[in-house]
Write a protein that binds this ligand. Sequence first.
Ligand code: MG
Length: 474
Amino acid sequence: MLFNHLIDLIILKNNSRVEYVMSEKKSEKQLFGTNGVRGIVGTELTPELVLKIGLALGTLRKGRIAVGRDTRTSGETLSYAIKAGLLAQGCDVVDCGVLPTPALQYLVRQHFDAGAMITASHNPPEYNGVKIIEGDGTEMGDEETIKLENLIINHSPSTTTWENIGREEAAHHLIDEYIQAIVNQFPGKPGSGMTVVVDPGSGPACFTTSRILTEMGCRVLTINGVADGTFPGRLPEPSPAGLKDLADLVVSSNAAFGVAHDGDADRAVFINEKGQFVEENQEFAIIARHICHEKKGVIVTPVSTSQIVEIVVTNEGCSIKYTPVGSIYVARTMIALMETGNTVIFGGEGNGGLIFPNHQFCRDGGMTAAMMVSIISQTKRSLSEHIDQLPARELIKEKINIADGNLVIDSLKTAFAKDKLDLTDGIKIYRGQSWALVRASGTEPIMRIVIDAENKDTALSLFKEIQQNLNLKK
Ligand code: MG
């Protein structure tokens, strides 16, 4: 897939040792991928497995544990399974019902000792999964996840005695706190006079994003706004093809933009006022530039994010810190940098998953939608005008079926030994103002190749060079 954008200067940064350690730990995980456990319900992801996850989590974490779920048809069953495990270990369970992952993360940080979210995020309806949330609202890190996996795989934790079994309560109203927390970030009803179309994709943002934007003063139209785990309108991945109805409604209603979420609403993607899909790295760059314009500091993002973000951030006098791929590495690096006295102003991934540290340290689709209202209101420029002001880049994204990713990385290290290399995650090969990233997928036996170049010729020649080196080794 190719996108045409402009060019600008690039400043390269070195990686820290901390990031290499994170990458190594990442490969030791067996059950949990970059974003929790995922699988097809009934075959890969069974209630028995989720019960074991509950039992193991209840062994590792004590106290009051929040449980939430997205709108999938299997959500209720799996929610009972994880709650049974937690209660049997003596934890008290607070069932927060159907809500976005970032809403549960927000509530955990405010009120609870840990959390478990039943969701398969952007995967199709037959999938489900579990994301574990720590008391600070971030997803569980690699070291703790490996401990949890060991408990699930190697031991069957004994359960507590009858008098110590936990109690369950329902607290579905807590979702209001999350909505209010975002609305409070944007006082003065900045959305007044603005029409916005929201596409929650029948996911849990049906209960949040439209309310957030309405409270900000927007006139909100909604499509796919009825919670439904069969996802009748579109799949949970907010792809350009699936957002055609949203785009049509944006144009016909003269809306400022359309916003769509993935299946658990930690990501947000946009349709501009002309009905065009906004590429997610451009979305990141628009918001990053706005934040950097108001405040100076560090932006944190994985090595896979387009150079477009670094270009706009450095042009605004801010700096960028790269991490391995996975929002958890971004979130934890943001926290670590802040703890060592750095000013961290923004972070996220080039897939619409953006992290606002003045709100919370996790990707938040509802907060991202609200921020876009604020940016358009403050700048008095349309979303397409914001895109036109961005530098252009040429992107190629490909995947190849290769089981042993390490062999591929080693052969590329040799082949490109003369180039500047970055080994934070996979191999990133810099060629002047352009780069190529080759890394193993966290979930499938494939390698992903991303080329981010200053022009089409460089993109194609870099891609060809990598292909030739991979073919030689087959
Ligand atoms: Mg998601």
